[in-house]
Design a protein around this ligand. Sequence first.
Ligand SMILES: [Zn+2]
Length: 143
Amino acid sequence: MFTDEYFMKIALSEAHLALEKDEVPIGCVVISNNRVIARAHNLTETLNDVTAHAEMQAITSAAHFLGGKYLKNCTLYVTLEPCVMCSGALSWAQISKVVIGARDEQRGFINKQLSLHPKTEIVTGIMENECSSVVKEFFKSKR
Ligand SMILES: [Zn+2]
């Protein structure tokens, strides 16, 4: 039952919480031993903080939970491909695995030729359509 889709759905529900606050709808969860140890959504408008991306908050929160700065044996599920800032933070955290919903061709780290920690496994395209459509609809409504 603990499939990638199962955890991505929780990340997507976080994205919807962001949407309710009129934030760019991106959400994520950190999983350790099939348990959600951190969940977060984008709060850059609410906090007036450009660093308040979902991933940044989830990394901090997961480290607090674990009582250590490294997220070894942890998996991050995120609805949109992390940006350069977040991929840097994930790299410092030495997270074991990152599962991405939709790609972000413009701002994501993959097209910037960046990689995460050498031991970090990366999976893309889990519930891609659901994850990208929530962001697309958001920007469409802004025009
Ligand atoms: Zn980011």
